[in-house]
Design a protein around this ligand. Structure first.
Ligand code: C5P
Length: 325
C-alpha cells in the first residue's frame, strides 16, 4: 500500500546505502528526499537514479544566499528533474522571487513540469529563537514567513506539525504544506523539538510528511513505512481490514499525538482508543489521490540532459513502478 503523502528522507552517507534503502522501500514509497548529507556525498547521481527508477525527488538543500546565486542553484536543480526543492524563507522576499522565476523560466524553456518550490520557515529542531536574536514567538514568525513566501510566489512551505493548522488557515488550501518532525507514538524525538505522529500531521492539514530516522534506523524499515501508510489511508477515510490477533504497540494514534519535546501529551499504547485498533498491513490496489490534492509529479530527464517529455508515474498491476535502469 502506497501513500503519495509520505516522503522518506534518505539521510545516509553513501550512494550504495541510499540505493539499498530505495530498493527495500520502493514497493511502498514513491517520494524520496535527498538532503545535505547524501547530496554532499553522492552528488546528483542519486537524483538520476531515482529518476530512472520512476521515483520522485525532494531536493532538500535549503538554499540561503544572495538572490542571484539561489536563482541559479534552483535553475540547475530544475534541470535535474527534481519534483520538489526548497529555499530558506529567512533569505527574504527577493531571494524567493528569484527562485520562483528561475524554476518557472527554465521549466518553461525546457517544456518540463515545474517542481514545487517550498520555503523553509523555522526548523523543526528550533525551540529558542531568542538565541539567534529573534524576539518573535515561533508560530508568529512561521506565519509571517509563510505569508511572505506565498506573496513571493512560492508553492508552499516546510513547517513543523505545530504550525500546520495556522498556516493552512492563513495561506489557503492550495498552499502546499510539507512537515518533518514526525515520530511514531512513544518514539525518541532525537534533535527534533516540535513533533507529531504521522496521522496527527495529516489530520492537521499537511500535504506531505517527511520521515527520516523512524524509518532509516528501524530494524525493519519497510514495516514502519507500511504502518505509516496505513495510518495515512485510515486518516483519509479508508479503513484497512482488522486482524484481531495482530496486536502491536507500534500502531499509530489518530488525530492526537501533537507533542512538544518533554511534553506530557505523547501518545502511549495504554492511551489508545478503539479507533487505534491494530491493523493488518496488506497489499492493496493504488488508491486514487483526491481531486485538488497538490501533487509533485516527476519530470523525465536523462543523466546529463533534460528531455521535453513529461512523464507520469507508471504503476503496473502489482503496484510496482517499472524500473528502467
Ligand atoms: O530523522 P528525521 O525524521 O528527524 O528527519 C527529518 C528530515 O527532515 C531531515 O532530513 C531534516 O533535514 C529534514 N528537515 C527538518 N526540518 C525542516 C526541514 C527539513 O527536519 N524544517
Amino acid at each position: 500500500m502506497r501513500s503519495e503523502k509520505l516522503i522518506v528522507a534518505l539521510d545516509v552517507s553513501t550512494e550504495d546505502d541510499a540505493k539499498e534503502l530505495i530498493r527495500q522501500l520502493k514497493k511502498d514509497v514513491t517520494f524520496f528526499k535527498v538532503g545535505l548529507q547524501l547530496f554532499t556525498s553522492a552528488g546528483s547521481k542519486i537524483i538520476s537514479y531515482l529518476h530512472k527508477s520512476h521515483l520522485k525527488t525532494f531536493l532538500d538543500l535549503k538554499f540561503f544566499d544572495v538572490p542571484a546565486t539561489v536563482g541559479k542553484a534552483c535553475m540547475e536543480a530544475t534541470k535535474k528533474g527534481v519534483s520538489m526543492l526548497n529555499v530558506h524563507a529567512l533569505g527574504g522576499r527577493e531571494m524567493i522571487e528569484r527562485a520562483v522565476d528561475a524554476t518557472g523560466n527554465i521549466a518553461e524553456k525546457l517544456e518540463i513540469r515545474k517542481p514545487l518550490l517550498l520555503a523553509v520557515t523555522v526548523l523543526t529542531s528550533s525551540s529558542n529563537l531568542g538565541e539567534i536574536g529573534l524576539a518573535a514567538e515561533t508560530k508568529d514568525l512561521v506565519l509571517k514567513l509563510a505569508l511572505m513566501a506565498k506573496e513571493a510566489g512560492a508553492d508552499g512551505v516546510v513547517c513543523s506539525p505545530q504550525e500546520i493548522e495556522a498556516v493552512r488557515r492563513e495561506c489557503g488550501d492550495n498552499f502546499v504544506i510539507v512537515t518533518p518532525g514526525i515520530r511514531l507514538p512513544d518514539q525518541e524525538p532525537d534533535d527534533q523539538k516540535r513533533i507529531a505522529t504521522p496521522a496527527a500531521a495529516i489530520k492537521a492539514g499537511a500535504d506531505y510528511i517527511v520521515v527520516g530516522r523512524p524509518i532509516t534506523k528501524a530494524e525493519d524499515p519497510l514495516r514502519v513505512v507500511q504502518i505509516i501508510n496505513a495510518s495515512i489511508h485510515d486518516m483519509e477515510g479508508w479503513t484497512p481490514p482488522v486482524k484481531e490477533e495482530e496486536v502491536s504497540d507500534q500502531v499509530l494514534s489518530q488525530g492526537e499525538g501533537l507533542q512538544e519535546e518533554g511534553g506530557d501529551n505523547a501518545v502511549s499504547s495504554q492511551q489508545m482508543t478503539p479507533q487505534d485498533r491494530p491493523i493488518e498491513i496488506r497489499e492493496t490496489p493504488e488508491i486514487p489521490v483526491p481531486e485538488g490534492t497538490p501533487s509533485a509529479s516527476p519530470v523525465e530527464t536523462t543523466e546529463d540532459s533534460v528531455t521535453k517529455e513529461e512523464t507520469t508515474l507508471k504503476i503496473d498491476e502489482n503496484g510496482e513502478p517499472p524500473l528502467s535502469h
